[in-house]
Design a protein around this ligand. Structure first.
Ligand code: NAD
Length: 548
């Protein structure tokens, strides 16, 4: 198989029996497109070793099944491998998937890695196994919203003249520099892999490269003084650079990190190792590698704490860095806040979350026409309109054209129905797939991230993502998945994904309405149940039914 040729088909000709199935096939191929995926050869999509399918033969079998699947059949995927096909109903999902699930006593990386080596499971991350990955454009708004909330909370609503120090220019991390400059700020991003730096510059996510910390500081200070946005990539090790900043008493306004620390073995480079050395030691001596990585994360968290004590706004950005540091002896990692509990959670109470839509035609005009609809009909939602205007200016599409947007409860169903109508009358060239990130109010239970410090202490309760998946399947989603370990790693999260297709039919319009209302409505209900007053107000305002 030539992986370089992996790419979603575009246009209006389909090779599957229905557009619903064609959509799922295109989404899978889009995830594995070498322009988007981290390593198409290994079927790795993003986030350490996050996979869309188990291996190449599983991939080929899935494509074959999709091309023959009937409109009233459901294909079962077990950790990236097709394992069965059953006759169900036309309005039930075409695909149900479960990935990386382990019984609680076995839910650790050691057991998972052993099972993966035996070929029995694979790591699905979040959007990888749900085939909803759209590259950096998918995470950009979440990072943009986080930076916006930080600006509101600490810097009078803007980041002009402010400096953000962070690290990691991987699939998710690469959204950081652009989301800072979109708010007018200056970003210094430390990255251990020179190739990732080159990719970020080529994709216009990052502006310039500094050859040394000294140069990075000079460039950052100069831009901040002029209140000009600028993003600077710096080759190096996050922990080493952060500690050097402490020694130089250079305290950036905001400090965080998006190395893939959730998986220390595959996603974090220990101090002093080149990428080549890291690759060698992690395969030959994994225990030694983990010890080195453990020492490094402790040192990195120590530096972040010192920058926090010196006045910086410092937080963990959803990669489980604090928990990892604690395992290797850090005593005060918990004094760094997590980004969801600190900045994002209030948005969940409005039913907002990172939903996204993908133009199966491959025609960017389809996305721009949907943008126009939003700008015309959702004018009252300044947050959403500002985002659409910003993103149109600053991002070019990679793979199938797509848009991520934190719509609220009411807007999601309205938009999906309007788009379905636009497909029906031919305003859009081909159907649109609606899907979302897993990092949502009810679809993720992760006590060190999305459900950290819940008001009622329910962070470890994982019934909600399971209810979310069952409800989406009952409402008529086209693909529903349940997964384990995304974002923060094995043992730390249970989550669910959904995709629903707007193919212009009357049946799709009903299914989309039910799925959108169910998916976003459960966000609100989960937070009202946890005691958040704003969510209780949303339950009343949206007329949601919550018996207790
Ligand atoms: P990735 O594997 O694609 O990229 C990680 C990057 O970090 C790589 O480029 C790697 O070279 C770099 N790196 C590793 N160790 C380093 C070190 N010590 N110093 C400097 N650079 C180093 O991962 P990703 O998809 O970008 O995700 C990053 C992390 O964020 C993961 O832990 C992921 O689970 C988490 N995540 C967060 C969010 C969120 O919303 N905050 C969403 C999804 C994922």
């Amino acid at each position: 198989m030539d992986v370089q040729a992996l790419r979603s088909p575009i246009g209006t000709e389909k090779t599957c029996k229905t557009w619903e199935i064609e959509a799922l096939k295109r989404l899978l191929l889009n995830c594995l497109d070498p322009h988007l995926a981290q390593d198409s050869e290994q079927m790795i999509v993003y986030g350490g070793t996050g996979k869309a399918v188990r291996n190449k033969s599983a991939f080929q079998a899935i494509i074959k099944e999709l091309e023959t699947l009937a409109g009233d059949e459901t294909l079962l995927i077990q950790s990236g491998k097709p394992v069965g096909k059953f006759r169900t109903f036309a309005s039930f999902p075409r695909i149900v998937a479960s990935s990386s699930m382990l019984v609680p006593t076995a839910a650790n990386w050691e057991t998972f890695n052993e099972l993966e080596l035996k070929g029995l499971t694979s790591y699905g991350q979040s959007t990888a196994a749900a085939w909803a990955y759209i590259g950096v454009q998918g995470i950009l708004q979440t990072t943009f919203e986080t930076m916006g909330e930080i600006a509101e909370r600490h810097f009078c609503g803007k980041l002009n003249g402010r400096i953000v120090l962070t690290s990691g220019l991987g699939a998710m991390g690469a959204a950081q520099p652009l989301s800072v400059t979109m708010h007018g700020g200056v970003a210094v991003v430390v990255e251990a892999d020179k190739q990732k730096i080159t990719k970020s510059i080529l994709n216009n996510y990052c502006d310039v490269v500094a050859e040394s910390l000294c140069e990075a500081i000079d460039l950052a200070e100069e831009a901040a003084k002029k209140e000009q946005p600028l993003s600077i990539a710096l080759h190096g090790h996050a922990g080493d650079v952060y500690m050097e900043c402490v020694k130089r008493v250079w305290i950036p306004d905001i400090v965080t990190d998006q190395t893939a620390a959730h998986d220390l073995l595959n996603g974090y480079i220990p101090s002093g190792l080149s990428i080549k050395q890291a690759n060698h030691i992690r395969t030959k001596k994994p225990k030694d590698y983990l010890s080195l990585a453990g020492v490094s994360v402790v040192a990195q968290v120590r530096a972040m704490r010192l920058l926090q004590q010196a006045g910086g706004v410092v937080f963990e950005y959803g990669n489980n860095l604090r928990w990892q540091a604690e395992q290797y002896g850090s005593k005060d990692a918990r004094l760094l806040p997590g980004f969801t509990a600190e900045y994002i959670r209030p948005l969940y109470s409005e039913g907002r979350g990172p939903c996204r839509w993908i133009a199966l035609s491959g025609n960017p005009e389809d996305i721009y026409k949907i943008d126009e609809y939003i700008l015309s009909y959702f004018q009252a939602d300044k947050r959403v309109c500002r985002w659409i205007e910003c993103v149109q200016e600053s991002i070019h599409f990679n793979g199938l054209p797509a848009r991520a947007c934190w719509l609220n409860y009411e807007e999601r169903a309205l938009l999906a129905e309007a788009v379905n109508q636009m497909v029906a009358v031919g305003v859009l060239e081909a159907p649109i797939a609606f899907t979302r990130d897993h990092s949502e109010g009810s679809s993720m239970a992760a006590p060190t991230r999305e459900t950290e410090a819940m008001k009622d202490g329910s962070g470890a309760v994982a019934d909600w993502p399971i209810l979310n998946a069952l409800l989406n399947a009952s409402s008529g989603a086209s693909m529903v998945s349940v997964q384990h370990g995304g974002g923060v790693g094995i043992g730390h999260s249970i989550h669910s994904g959904m995709t629903a297709v707007a193919d212009g039919t009357f049946s799709a319009s009903k299914r989309l309405e039910h799925v959108m209302n169910a998916d976003a409505g459960l966000n609100v209900i989960r937070h009202a149940d946890a005691g958040y007053e704003s969510a209780k107000r949303s339950v009343r305002a949206f007329g949601l039914k919550k018996p207790l």
